[in-house]
Design a protein around this ligand. Structure first.
Ligand code: NAD
Ligand code: DGY
Length: 318
């Protein structure tokens, strides 16, 4: 059987697979397979190992004559057209759970870095702009004891809430349904979205990208937030209206934003959001811890091989 891997993973994981399957992948650890090559190779492939950067759309499904399983090395699968996959009886696997803690760590790191202006401070030193201690130089927002509002209280949202608890934060959340466990164990309080936006010092977005969440944070939502509030997005860029966010940050409607994800990735350094001092931006590295990425790759391979060999996927989307 032929497998396509649009990115390379370490040899220790790849070699046992190569013994059993014909594997087509890229040459370098630092490259993704081009769309053109993927569309060519997919024609006679049985399995596809993919990630958040590939668009698995109707055009690709039309080309794929033999495809049985698609396995993404990610928890989010908004880049895959599930309807097209379902129509063709193609199984989809993903990697929830193994990246929860690493992504919660990075989300909290971004919250702290944005609230306390860590990037601006590091840049000031680097650019030889530090003039010495001044009473209000690079003053940020306190974190300890403040109110955090988590939109999307799922696995990672709960992970962030656990970290927030360590900082004695008051935890508000908004979710499709109430998370009784988070309420009991973490003292989190369910509120409607408008209330969360009005009351939170830190608003953290961790809902998946769906039709309902598309640009759920736009002008009206930013206007409800406190002028001193910090907005953090480690979910998906499409959940945020980036023009509205830019306006809110530039006009002082909100105080700062920490962003790990963007509507179009990779974002260009010329993007208007990146020209603002009150934006801390990262290149979609929420789950980028070595052990985590190894576990994601292992789980994605297991999903793929299980599907090809007629066993249940460990984590199956459809
Ligand atoms: N930045 C990164 O590198 C990175 C890493 C991992 C995950 N993610 C993103 O984080 C998302 C969450 O991951 P997870 O493992 O916690 O998923 P999850 O499914 O456990 O949690 C998502 C939560 O969002 C809630 N939700 C769905 N629609 C909502 C809506 N309209 N309003 C409010 N809440 C809503 C769900 O009920 C669920 O509780 C992923 O879908 C992915 O997009 C990003
Ligand atoms: O959805 C995911 O898993 C992330 O975006 C990449 O880890």
């Amino acid at each position: 059987m032929k497998l396509i891997m649009t990115c390379k993973i370490p040899d220790e994981l790849m070699n046992p697979i190569k013994e059993k399957y014909e594997v087509v992948t890229v040459e370098s650890d630092h490259a993704l397979m081009s769309r053109k090559r993927l569309l060519g190779e997919i024609v006679d492939a049985d399995g596809l190992f993919t990630n958040v950067a590939d668009h698995i759309d109707e055009e690709l499904f039309e080309q794929a004559k033999k495809l049985k399983v698609i396995s993404t090395m990610a928890v989010g699968y908004d880049n895959i057209d599930l309807q097209e996959a379902k129509k063709r009886g193609i199984l989809i696997g993903h990697t929830p759970g193994v990246l929860t803690e690493a992504t919660a760590d990075l989300t909290f790191a971004l919250l702290m870095a944005t609230g306390r202006r860590v990037k601006e401070g590091a840049d000031a030193i680097q650019n030889n702009e530090w003039k010495g201690w001044l009473p209000f130089y690079l003053t940020g927002q306190e974190i300890y004891g403040k109110t955090i509002g988590i939109i999307g209280m799922g696995r990672i949202g709960v992970g962030v809430a656990r970290r927030a608890r360590g900082f004695s934060m008051n935890i508000l959340y908004h979710n499709r349904s109430k998370n009784e466990e988070a309420e009991k164990d973490l003292g989190a309080t369910y509120v409607e979205l408008d209330q969360l936006l009005k009351k939170s010092d830190y608003v953290v977005l961790l809902a998946p990208s769906t039709k309902e969440t598309y640009r759920m944070m736009s002008t009206a939502q930013f206007q409800l937030m406190k002028k001193s509030a910090v907005f953090i997005n480690t979910s998906r860029g499409s959940n945020v209206d980036e023009d509205a966010l830019y306006e809110a940050l530039q006009s002082g409607e909100i105080w700062a934003a920490g962003l790990d994800v963007f509507e179009n990735e990779p974002i260009s350094a010329n993007h208007k959001l990146l020209q603002l001092n009150n934006v801390t931006a990262l290149p979609h590295i929420g789950s980028a811890a070595i052990e985590t990425r190894m576990n994601m790759a292992r789980l994605a391979l297991e999903n793929l091989v299980n599907g090809l060999e007629g066993r249940p996927l460990v984590h199956q989307v459809i």
